[in-house]
Ligand binder design. Sequence first.
Ligand SMILES: Cc1ncc(COP(=O)(O)O)c(C=O)c1O
Length: 397
Amino acid sequence: MKNDACGFGTKAIHAGNVKDLQYGALTTPIYQSSTFVFDSCEQGGRRFAGAENGYIYTRLGNPTTSVLESKVAALEGGEAALATASGMGAISSCLWTIASAGKHIIADGTLYGCTFALLNHGIQRYGVDVDFIDTSDLDAVKSHLRPNTVAVYLETPANPNLKITDIAEVSKLVHDYNSEIKVVCDNTFASPALQNPLFLGADVVVHSATKYLNGHGDVVAGFVVGKADFIGQVRMFGLKDMTGAVLDPLAAFLLLRGLKTLELRMARHCENASKIAAFLSEHPAVEKVNYPGLKTHKGHEIAARQMKDFGGMLSFEVRGGKEAGMKLVNALQLITVAVSLGDAESLIEHPASMTHATYSAEELAASGIAPGLIRLSAGLENTEDLIADLKKALDQL
Ligand SMILES: Cc1ncc(COP(=O)(O)O)c(C=O)c1O
């Protein structure tokens, strides 16, 4: 189907689909096969040499996963996408493809904890130099660019303090310096329903598809999206040889199912988060609320420019710091204490001891992650029930 001009919801349902010529199945079948049969030894050789199209082995490609990859490429506005077994699988496959010993990466200091660990404790062991800076500060980006810089890595909105970086400004600045440097943007918090970093000038988008893209808390998956040449390199080197983080075809099927409702789900996540942020801002027990939709948020204007809505994630601090924050979380009855995000269920967690436990106390402070910060993923429940749960717990403090 030709659907370049279709709306996001239509693309999420139809883009990339391949007509099932054998049985006419409406939904994409699950090709739960590790390997694919060749007619002959010669045909196998041609497939390996790239002289003939066709599947070889699921780590290199699979028909169910291919439909999913085409769909996600269409949703992000990229030439191609690569599905991986987790968000970390996507990020590591991507960065191992770009970086090598002697090269330099600029990364934002506020990142998902395991991404920070990969950049801070992992990749540096192999001779890659990493500078952690604040990418929302353009002067800081400019002053850290070097002749050997190969990537600028950022999240916006960032996990967990919802910091906003201007993707267009950073991409322009970096590419004016050297058009070969890859601006890599983790778009997990916004999802392509709200933000398309590639349209804003970034080179590569990575996702934890475990979150909004799947949306049902039953799959761990990731994506790398960008130019076809680059995605080919990530597939045939970063994923095939370095990480092996291949997505299972059953998980690809579940993701195809989840994606059909992404646009609808995001609208409800945004509505709930925005009403909760407004409620928390007014509550006397709350000291600070981080939500890009609030006019008081430092990145509000940039977010309003580069996002279609402000997302389903927020974080906040209650008066009384970490102890009071933990008391609040433990008093909730509907909102569930769990890491992860983007699910139908509202989830709440304490970053300093959970998702961001890979940061030292000094690193947390330098990255603006307060010891008492609480992160909330607004789910799809009715808003009044979520606010009633929060109010009851906050009133007890
Ligand atoms: C922003 C962000 N990026 C990447 C990841 C890693 O994804 P996964 O858990 O699917 O490996 C996470 C996980 O929470 C995340 O929040």
